[in-house]
Design a protein around this ligand. Structure first.
Ligand code: GTP
Ligand code: MG
Length: 413
């Protein structure tokens, strides 16, 4: 029977390579995730091509013979796209594309493509496009000035339904324009952040593996109308909302982009600005999909990214989510069990947040200038004032106060 194939459909073969140090499950998990990513990007996965190698081949990663086999396989399943689970060097992706005769992209490019479709804010869009172009530029060398081979589709789509620039000279110009614009936006954001700091509420950030339920939790806690989806990287841009804790303290809760295994380093770098919410947080809520078979390894992947961001030392509460979907309770590290969907465990979570923020008390001695005497009442409100002296240059106080509040107030002096 003849099959009708939509010429616009992207039919992808996923390529995985097992190196000697890899466990079977690692490759399997990574490939499973690559399927989800491909699906999210809108490709139809028509085949998988797995290979064992001692070491990557410098020219093609998979080696000349395998590239030949892959070409035949692609013809057989009528694929027009190859997605490599491993990151390919510019030369490797070029050589492979030459040999196979179809578009070749890797995991990083696929993730960038998804990000491009998700970015909502101006900053998010600029960051994604910049990361995409920087990723593409070295891959264009030696291909004439235009990247005609890529055609359209995944890997060529910029943020906001635009098509990415593929002319090398124009890419360079666009990169420098984007860098300029991004600087401007970030300067503006830094000002906003400073404003927010004048409101001295502790910052609590939701972190976790993509699809763990971070946005659902934000929604349940604050009623925020954020996108919740059973897809990877539903959230890209940060959203911040106020939450009032059981002790009547207010915190700012931020939801941001999820993490994933093998997140390329330069992607983390590109999103550093977006992730500033994480870097600046007073407390992290690490949301885990406890119903996921690989939850332990997802936890580890999140730790790895936090480490790269220098945020691993921050106070953190482990939040084991989707408990409504867990039949036998796994034994896991200390934390709180919740269901962001049903609301189960949320009260306990909020109590823990209040506790952790409170626990961190310290004794400070400050002199508040009279011009900022509003801070004095704040010190009274948020701490225990042990001594208060009116002096020429201001009011000197000794206060027992949570470190978070101490930092917030002192930073305003
Ligand atoms: N059964 C169950 N499903 C949940 C729960 N919390 C979230 N989900 C589902 O998990 C999926 C992902 O939820 P999101 O809140 O979008 O996850 P996220 O962590 O924000 O994901 P990204 O933004 O993609 O990083 C959605 O289909 C939610 O409905 C829960 O407590 N129980
Ligand atoms: Mg989300």
């Amino acid at each position: 029977m003849e099959q009708i194939i939509d010429i616009h459909e992207e039919r992808a073969v996923l390529v995985g390579v097992r190196l000697p140090d890899d466990h079977d499950w690692q490759l399997e998990e990574s490939m499973q995730e690559l399927i989800s990513l491909s699906d999210t990007a809108g490709a139809r996965v028509v085949g998988e091509f797995i290979q064992n190698r001692q070491r990557p081949d410098a020219a093609t990663f998979i080696g000349k013979g395998k590239a030949e086999e892959l070409k035949e396989y692609c013809e057989q399943v009528e694929a027009n796209l190859v997605i490599s689970d491993r990151e390919l060097s510019p030369a490797q992706s070029r050589n492979l594309a030459d040999k196979i005769g179809v578009k070749v992209i890797d995991r990083a490019q696929l993730i960038l493509d998804i990000f491009a479709g998700r970015a909502q804010t101006k900053e998010g869009r600029l960051q994604v496009e910049l990361a995409q172009l920087k990723y593409m530029l070295p891959r264009l060398i030696g291909q004439g000035t235009k990247l005609s081979r890529l055609g359209g589709g995944i890997g060529t789509r910029g943020p906001g339904e635009t098509k990415l620039e593929t002319d090398r000279r124009r890419i360079r110009k666009r990169i420098s324009d984007l860098e300029g614009e991004l600087k401007e936006v970030q300067r503006h954001r830094a000002l906003l952040r400073k404003d927010r700091k004048d409101e001295p509420f502790p910052l609590v950030s939701l972190v976790g593996y993509t699809n763990a339920g971070k946005s659902t939790l934000l929604k349940t806690l604050t009623g925020a109308d954020v996108l919740v989806e059973d897809k990877l990287f539903a959230t890209l841009d940060p959203t911040t909302r106020r939450v009032v804790l059981p002790n009547n303290d207010t915190v700012l809760l931020t939801d941001t982009v999820g993490f994933i295994q093998n997140l390329p380093h330069h992607l983390v770098a590109a999103f550093r600005a977006t992730l500033e919410e994480v870097i600046e947080a007073d407390l992290l809520l690490h949301v885990v999909d406890a119903s996921h078979p690989n939850s332990e390894r997802q936890i580890k992947a999140v730790h790895d990214v936090l480490q790269r961001l220098g945020a691993l030392e921050k106070p953190m509460i482990m939040v084991f989510n989707k408990m409504d979907n867990v039949t036998d309770l796994p034994s896991h590290s200390p934390g709180v069990n919740i269901s962001a969907l049903s609301g189960e465990g949320i009260d306990e979570l909020l109590r823990m947040v209040a506790d952790v923020l409170k626990q961190r008390y310290s004794l400070i001695k400050v002199t508040i200038p009279y011009a900022k005497s509003n801070l004095v009442s704040l010190l009274h409100q948020k701490g225990k004032v042990l001594l208060e002296k009116y002096q020429e240059d201001g009011i000197t106080l000794e206060v027992e106060i949570s470190r978070v509040w101490a930092d917030r107030i002192v930073s305003q002096l």
